[in-house]
Design a protein around this ligand. Structure first.
Ligand code: HEM
Length: 210
């Protein structure tokens, strides 16, 4: 039965917050393509690339925030990690599709040349390519089927986010404030993980000695 509590659950709120910007962007694109006034500036393709690119980085960072927040705040939010990760993939796919379809119009020769020659694009491409197996295996039955390998594979999220933030920093044209903030958040999140693993290693060593 659909109860009021379910309708206003955190899961629904997260879906709305994640899909809202995509719907807004789609509406603006529809206005642009039908010749009506829109907010995508004089260079809509660049606007869409930046919008979806930032969306991808932010969704990746938010996904990485879940574990520390769950542990420090004792909140039961770990179950939302997969949902947020899938939205990171959705934004990444829109970012890549925009590049492939609107920017390069399926010119594979140029696309391959760009990916191989521009380091920033190579980093972005590797990050996106690595997101694909994570998205493909993010379903419960795959989790069960893969067992411990699932966790090992999903550790790729750290490499992906490092590559994504580096790509972000290199692609931005003038003001590096936003990518710097992204890099600082990532540094805090990675430091937290290193610290937790170091604590675990220390206590397991003590037990072995005792
Ligand atoms: C996980 C993967 C990726 C993430 C997180 C990401 C993120 C970003 C971000 C944040 C920006 C800068 C936006 C700004 O100016 O503020 C950007 C720009 C850009 N990205 Fe990506 N990106 C990814 C993958 C890719 C891929 C696979 C391609 C193409 C093969 C690509 C092509 C571009 C291009 C061409 C720009 C510059 C657009 C412009 O001229 O302003 N990105 N990306």
């Amino acid at each position: 039965m659909i109860t009021l509590e379910k309708v206003f659950s955190l899961r629904v709120l997260l879906h709305l917050l994640a899909i809202g910007p995509v719907l807004w962007l789609s509406y603006q694109m529809w206005l642009w393509l039908s010749g009506a006034p829109h907010v995508l500036t004089a260079n809509p393709i660049e606007y869409i690339t930046d919008f979806t690119g930032r969306g991808t980085v932010r969704m990746l960072l938010i996904t990485l925030c879940v574990t520390p927040l769950a542990k420090l705040g004792k909140w039961r939010i770990l179950k939302y990690r997969r949902l947020l990760g899938l939205y990171a993939f959705l934004y990444g796919m829109l970012h890549f599709l925009n590049y492939m379809v609107l920017d390069y119009f399926f010119d594979w020769e140029l696309i391959i040349e760009d990916v191989l020659e521009r380091k920033a694009i190579t980093f972005g491409m590797i990050a996106f390519a690595c997101l694909i197996p994570l998205a493909a295996t993010s379903f419960k039955f795959m989790m069960k089927k893969m067992g411990k390998n699932w966790q090992k594979l999903h550790r790729l999220i750290y490499i992906i986010t490092i590559l994504a933030v580096t790509h972000n920093y290199m692609m931005v044209k003038a003001d590096v404030l936003v990518p710097t903030i992204h890099a600082m958040i990532l540094a805090i999140l990675l430091s937290y993980r290193v610290y937790v693993n170091w604590l675990k290693y220390k206590t397991s060593n003590k037990k072995r000695v005792a």
